[in-house]
Design a protein. Structure first.
Ligand code: FUC
Length: 832
């Protein structure tokens, strides 16, 4: 049977159930409105039973402009967000202040390092914590992400008179709907947020009655008044900054056909007797991603232009271009698990405790969320993607660089949404510019750039206000940057990011310092958020040297820089510098319990179930620990995973899904993914930490990709017939210290090594049959995979740019397979 026939059979044998299942894979549906009682998302302990607006309303977004709709019968509440709207920070300051950096330099760094070497634990004035805070940490404000506006549309309908209520969001088309009946009349609303035309669109219709609506626009920020004139509400406002308030504008424009639209003195619009009403919303801030001013957009002119263009096009054309745009991206990659739909609403699916149906929907919805909160924007998705109703959101709704912002982008390439990565690239380029000031001023490092734990949209690169949170992030951010190249093999992109990669490495070349044993380590640092020797020194005892995650990421960064400079044929001396440093990096170590050590000393506590497991970065998202290649490190990673346990926060369970998939334990990966989808999801399937944090949605989707396809290993020996012999290895056992694993120096030829595409590396038994189309693999390939009875049945690998790979399927490693651009290679069970 050929691959096409097999796919057709798969669809046909599912018969009518497939038609229904196709919708169930994409549509979130509810039989009641969102809970609009609360507009806040505060409080760590928020109970899922207290679901409010942000947990129950449904999200729309075009990558920059976001909205949520509540479906309220009497009052529709639209929360509007603009991803650039941050407040309570500075902009336009001198470059050093703008970077947030403490001006101290190498002398103060040495003072701090001395107390690290002296082991001054605790929080006394001469402790590592106190001196790091005193000498290295920022005193400048980070600010917070803030909501833009709220648009309220009142119908005058009494919820008690309503029947057949349905509220849906179709993640394949990006259309939201609200439908209900009053007597014999059906009232329908449709919502979407257009990327091609940069507007939010709402349309109200009634089957055989007229519509009487009141439309209001408000904001929580200081504003001139919302002004209604003609068929528009124009709202201008300012968001408070410590320096240079943000200016913004929103226009709501209404088309009610021949019906009367009457502007009111309070800034609202009254619509009487309309057959149908279309509402357009455009909005911008004056933000521009230009360091250090961060302003200058002609937001008023852009707002007027966007609204006029959208109004000229009209509803049908806007809707068509929107559906074509979203469904085009959604259809690139489709996961089709084989299940019978339960006929439940989405909130019921969550409370029933997990199913293939929910797992399939969660994956597709995560792709939808990704393209909705990160596309065409100057800044990346934040802790809540771009949906936030709170002026004081949890954790500032910022950019945490010790897992969260990186996790937001893990799924982008594997799940075939490459364009969603661009905002992350734009942002890191600004960080590299700003972080050069932090490197120089705080650490006395004249080359390269440095980034701390928390970021904003105004180039904040300084160290966190708490010395115990001293942390570098350039190496981790660059891992995402290079991996995007690995997937797409776009040399122009590599040219663009090369200075950022090189700058990150240059910083560490100078910043690395010898520890007492002579090995080169990063310090001050921490192992994200975790404490050691808690019984002796307390839970704040987090400051560390040579934490395993840093050292793993440095090997990753240096290796990537060596490859990038070889591909671009430049910087031979720099390459040599890195090659000389790699063997001196502090080794990875296996500790007394057989665990991979989190720190260079054997401080791990087997009862520690901390949510961060940063010392497994080399397993995922890195590529240097594998059950097929580095057996001892794999065993040690297994022990660590067992110690850390299963249930945790949303993002932590997303990461654990990825880890177990990389450990090739599909059932365990699935168990954790099921927990994430059923126990860490609100009614609208937003992930909860708690409270809402979007990283878990994206980490979970990345985990699904990892279960079905892995492509992080590379073949450096074309003649070898097993992965163990063929694959590149980054660590080798130290002959004199058996539990030490020292980094290996890569040669330039690694750049030519084909990636190994491993099909179904961790297929869970709970997903016995299914099909996935359009996953992406490193090396520039797209892969379709079908399986049945828990076994691979067919696969197709398409080359998007021409290239060579090796296939690992059903335990067999193929020879090199070379494809021209557009060519494909088919694997069939029958041809085995
Ligand atoms: C990191 C995590 C927390 C939370 C915060 C936003 O600090 O450790 O769990 O996700 O980011």
């Amino acid at each position: 049977m050929n691959f096409k026939a097999l796919t057709t059979t798969f669809v046909l044998t599912m018969g009518m159930a497939t038609v229904a299942a196709a919708d169930q894979r994409y549509v979130l549906q509810y039989d009641s409105p969102a809970n609009d009682a609360s507009l806040t998302n505060k409080g760590k302990g928020r109970k899922p039973s207290k679901f409010g607006y942000i947990q129950t309303a449904l999200p729309l977004g075009n990558g920059r402009l976001g909205a949520m709709f509540s479906g309220g019968v009497d009052t529709e509440h639209l929360l509007i967000n603009d991803i650039t709207l941050w407040m309570n920070a500075k902009r336009g300051a001198d470059p050093v202040t703008q970077s947030g950096s403490r001006t101290s330099g190498s002398k103060d760094l040495e003072t701090v390092r001395q107390v690290y070497r002296d082991g001054k634990y605790g929080t006394k004035p001469d402790s590592m914590e106190s001196l790091s805070t005193k000498y290295l940490s920022s005193t400048e404000p980070l600010g917070n992400y803030a909501p833009f506006t709220d648009v309220l549309i009142s119908t005058g309908h009494d919820p008690k008179t309503v029947s057949d209520y349905r509220r849906t969001l179709n993640a394949r088309t990006g259309l939201g709907t609200v439908v209900y009946a009053i007597g014999n009349t059906t009232f329908t609303r449709e919502f979407f947020c257009s990327h091609p035309h940069d507007v939010l669109v709402a349309r109200y219709t009634a089957s055989d009655a007229s519509l009487n609506l009141t439309i209001k626009a408000t904001t929580k920020h200081k504003l001139g008044q919302p002004k209604a004139a003609g068929d528009r509400i124009v709202l201008t406002g300012q968001a408070k900054m410590v320096q240079d308030d943000i200016q913004f504008m929103q226009i709501v424009q209404v088309d009610a056909g021949d019906a009367a639209v009457t502007p009111q003195a309070d800034g609202s619009l009254l619509i009487a007797g309309a057959d149908e009403v279309t509402m357009l919303v455009a909005g911008y801030t004056d933000y521009l991603p230009v360091f250090p001013a961060f302003k200058g957009r002609d937001y008023e002119s852009d707002c007027n232009k966007t609204i006029s263009q959208a109004a000229t096009l009209g509803y049908d054309a806007l809707k068509k271009s929107h559906v074509d745009d979203v469904s085009g991206l959604m259809d690139r990659c489709r996961l089709e698990l084989d299940f019978e739909p339960a006929g439940l609403t989405t909130d019921q699916l969550v409370t029933t405790g997990g199913s293939q149906e929910l797992e399939n929907l969660y994956f597709n919805y995560s792709r939808y969320l990704q393209l909705s909160c990160s596309r065409g924007a100057p800044v990346p998705s934040n802790l809540q993607g771009l949906w936030n109703a709170d002026l004081k959101p949890m954790w500032n709704c910022d950019y945490h660089t010790d897992i969260n912002v990186q996790m937001n982008y893990w799924m982008v390439d594997p799940a075939n949404l490459s364009e969603s990565f661009r905002p992350f690239v734009n942002w890191t380029k600004i960080l590299a510019q700003s972080g050069a000031h932090t490197a120089r001023e705080t650490f006395g490092v004249d080359q390269g750039w440095s980034m701390g734990l928390n970021g904003n949209v105004y180039g904040f690169t300084a160290q966190n206000v708490h010395g115990r949170r001293n942390q570098q992030a350039g190496h981790w951010l660059c891992q995402n940057l290079f991996d995007h190249y690995a997937f797409n093999q776009d040399k122009e992109y590599l040219e663009e990011i090369y200075p950022v990669l090189k700058g990150a490495a240059e910083f560490f070349v100078e910043y690395l310092a010898p520890w007492k044993d002579g090995s080169l380590v990063v310090y001050p640092t921490w192992s994200p958020e975790n404490a050691y020797l808690v019984a002796q020194h307390g839970k704040l005892n987090k400051q560390a040297y040579g934490a395993s995650w840093d050292q793993q990421l440095l090997l990753n960064l240096f290796t990537d820089c060596i490859e990038a400079s070889a591909v671009l044929n430049r910087d031979e001396d720099f390459r040599k510098t890195l090659q000389n440093l790699i063997p001196k990096l502090c080794p990875q170590k296996i500790g007394q319990y057989g665990q991979l050590q989190e720190w260079p000393e054997d401080w791990d506590n087997p009862k520690d179930t901390h949510r961060h497991i940063s010392h497994l970065i080399a397993l995922h998202p890195g590529r240097d620990i594998s059950p097929l290649v580095t057996k001892e490190l794999y065993q040690a990673a297994l022990v660590t995973m067992e110690h850390r346990g299963d249930e945790s926060t949303g993002w932590s369970t997303g990461w654990k899904t990825c880890f177990w998939a990389r450990l090739h334990n599909g059932d365990k990966a699935h168990q954790i993914y099921r927990f994430l989808t059923a126990k860490r999801a609100y009614a609208n399937l937003f992930d909860f930490h708690p409270p809402f944090q979007i990283d878990g949605n994206f980490g979970g989707a990345a985990g699904v990709c990892e279960m079905l396809l892995q492509s992080h290993l590379r073949s450096v020996d074309a003649s070898a017939s097993t992965i163990g012999e063929a694959a590149y290895v980054a660590y080798q056992q130290d002959p004199s210290m058996k539990n030490h694993y020292t980094p290996i120096v890569p040669t330039e030829t690694l750049a030519d090594a084909p990636y190994i595409l491993h099909l179904l590396p961790a297929l869970p038994s709970a997903w016995p049959s299914g099909h996935v189309k359009g996953l992406r693999a490193r090396g520039g390939f797209e892969v379709d995979i079908s399986w049945d009875g828990g076994k691979l049945t067919a696969a197709k690998v398409r080359s998007t740019g021409g290239g060579t790979f090796r296939l690992f399927a059903e335990g067999v490693l193929s020879d090199n397979i070379e494809l021209q651009q557009g060519q494909s290679h088919t694997w069939l069970e029958s041809n085995k």
